[in-house]
Design a protein around this ligand. Structure first.
Ligand code: IMP
Ligand code: MG
Length: 181
């Protein structure tokens, strides 16, 4: 057990599953009969994407991923968005839903919405499992949102701290323990 950290559960795996089902139903209603592309933002969205796609029922759904980075190894967004893996899919005339783990400053998604709209998508909307609106630096409002959370650094359900803890089934606040003397 790593004594440098402790974990406080914010949303249990059961709460997350129930919320993903709700989001799936809403998205199924709104995207029925549309050519739809879910664009997951790696790496944080990989678990949410895997759960969400099994809770929607859409006949013409494409699933793809981009990898972008705005964080170094710390806990604050740099505001500098770097595309590390781009999409190969043709988006022209298709309805794009960006699937994200968390919106914090909003810098990443503000940039990506513009970037994907420029590829002639018919619409570009945002679905996030977590939202920290108190930290927003842009106007961005998600179209679908799981949980609003306080200004704390969270891990689990795909989210990391310095590439660790993505595998935790619950979403937890990460506490840094004071170094023992
Ligand atoms: P934004 O550009 O500031 O909105 O940052 C969004 C990205 O920062 C998310 O996709 C996450 O990868 C990361 N991030 C923001 N807050 C947290 C957190 O509390 N835990 C883990 N990653 C976070
Ligand atoms: Mg992310």
């Amino acid at each position: 057990m790593d004594t440098r950290y402790s974990f406080e559960t914010l949303s249990s795996a059961n709460d997350l599953a129930a919320k993903v089902s709700e989001l799936g139903e809403a998205i199924t209603r709104d995207y029925k009969d549309k050519d739809t592309v879910f664009v997951g933002i790696l790496k944080g969205s990989f678990i949410f994407m895997a759960d969400l796609v099994r809770k929607v029922q859409l006949d013409r759904l494409e699933i793809c991923f981009m990898m972008v980075s705005s964080y170094g190894s710390g806990t604050r967004s740099s505001g500098n968005i770097i595309i590390k893996k781009d999409l190969e899919n043709d988006l022209e005339g298709k309805h794009v839903l960006i699937v994200e783990d968390i919106i914090d400053s909003g810098n990443t998604l503000t940039y990506l919405k513009k970037y994907l709209s420029n590829r002639k998508a018919a619409s570009v909307k945002v679905c996030t499992i977590l939202d920290k609106p108190s930290r927003r630096e842009t106007e961005l409002v998600p179209d679908y949102r799981g949980f609003e959370i306080p200004d704390a650094f969270v891990v689990g359900y795909g989210l990391d701290y310095d590439e660790h803890f993505r595998e935790l089934p619950d979403l937890c606040i990460l506490h840094m323990n004071k170094e023992e003397a």
